[in-house]
Design a protein around this ligand. Structure first.
Ligand SMILES: NC(=O)c1ccc[n+]([C@@H]2O[C@H](COP(=O)([O-])OP(=O)(O)OC[C@H]3O[C@@H](n4cnc5c(N)ncnc54)[C@H](OP(=O)(O)O)[C@@H]3O)[C@@H](O)[C@H]2O)c1
Length: 307
């Protein structure tokens, strides 16, 4: 007897894949995966910006929980493609919440540290958002629309999400690995500080939220806050690759289209206390990812032992 029916949107994305894996491996829920293209066998095709399709798919699945892992995640493109970013990150969240309300489901939604301006760091669930990019604004609007439409919800804010998956967009760790492996010269910022989060660990938090029927807002990220440069150094060390092509730089020299929070580090005590989350160190999480890539034959690690 399944524990309940769970519908996952954006199931082909990095987090979506991990949610599907974790729920299959560690729970009895009946899973219904949806992705944008419908290119995966057995998945529903679902563009969450199509209100009628959202209503039809939710009616057909009749889930007890909808997990929204779909999003417009290209932070720089969101500055110029504002209409689409808002549609996916805000309006579509409202459509999902409407469908959840109509068909009696709970909604679990994923948000971001980019709702903060990054001037202070150490943000908790009571910190006041002040997004400085359009992506951050659209994600905050999505949170607010969900809160207004559906009481039965949980929002998990996360940051610097990384991991290994099939046909996914390049995340920070994969980008660093590509540069290092190709022996390219590249620069990484020392003045953007955050808590890197392994997508596999966030997926476990999502499962715990569903199992415990947790509601409200949770910060869920890795436990250590460090600069992108220090994180990239940890990647080089754990994957056993020479880091000498990598040099430090600062945000003002990068010319990124969207502004980034300088320090958006999180305090995750609420999630640790209420969900019983224990999150490994950055190095242990990277080591876990390295093992996954080794098993998939994508990366041949150096023989160096990891301390
Ligand atoms: N990545 C990070 O560093 C980071 C940091 C903080 C928070 N987050 C949040 O974490 C969540 C998961 O992110 P992720 O890294 O797993 O992102 P991802 O790999 O980009 O996955 C997002 C998925 O959503 C799909 N999608 C886009 N538009 C859609 C639409 N209209 N209808 C249905 N699906 C759509 C994408 O499809 P296509 O690939 O075909 O576009 C992709 O499969 C998001 O809510 C994101 O905002 C991410």
């Amino acid at each position: 007897m399944p524990a309940g029916r769970v519908m996952v949107t954006g199931a082909a994305g990095l987090l979506g894949q991990k949610i599907i894996d974790v729920f299959k491996r560690e729970s009895e829920y009946e899973l219904h995966a949806c992705d944008l293209s419908g290119g995966i066998d057995g998945y529903f095709s679902l563009d969450i910006t199509d209100r009628q399709r959202v209503l039809d798919v939710v009616r057909a699945i009749s889930p007890s929980v909808i997990i929204n892992a779909a999003a417009f995640t290209d932070v720089d493109r969101a500055e110029v493609d504002r209409e689409l970013a808002y549609k996916v990150n805000a309006t579509a969240v409202d459509y999902l919440a409407e469908a959840a309300f109509l068909f009696g489901a709970k909604m679990v939604h994923i948000s971001t540290d980019y709702v903060f301006n990054g001037l202070k760091g150490n943000y908790d669930e009571n910190s006041v958002p002040d997004p400085i990019s359009y992506y951050g604004k659209s994600k905050l609007a999505g949170e607010n629309l969900l809160r207004a439409r559906l009481e039965n919800h949980a929002i998990l804010r996360t940051q610097v999400l990384y991991g290994f998956g099939k046909s996914i967009k390049k995340n920070f760790v994969l980008w660093v690995l590509e540069k290092l492996s190709n022996k390219e010269k590249f620069s990484v910022v020392t003045d953007q500080i955050g808590n890197p989060t392994l997508a596999d660990e966030l997926a476990i938090a999502v499962l715990k939220v569903v199992q415990r029927d947790a509601k409200g807002l949770y910060n869920v990220s890795g436990v250590q806050s460090l600069s992108r440069f220090d994180f990239a150094k940890a990647v080089a060390e754990v994957f056993g690759i020479d880091p000498s092509g990598m040099s430090p730089t600062t945000t003002d020299r990068l010319n990124q289209r969207a502004r980034r929070p300088t320090n958006s580090s999180f305090i995750c005590l609420k999630a640790q206390t209420e969900l019983g989350l224990t999150v490994p160190s950055v190095r242990d999480s990277l080591y876990f990812m390295r093992q996954q890539m080794k098993v998939a034959g994508v990366f041949q690690p150096a023989t160096k032992t990891i301390s």
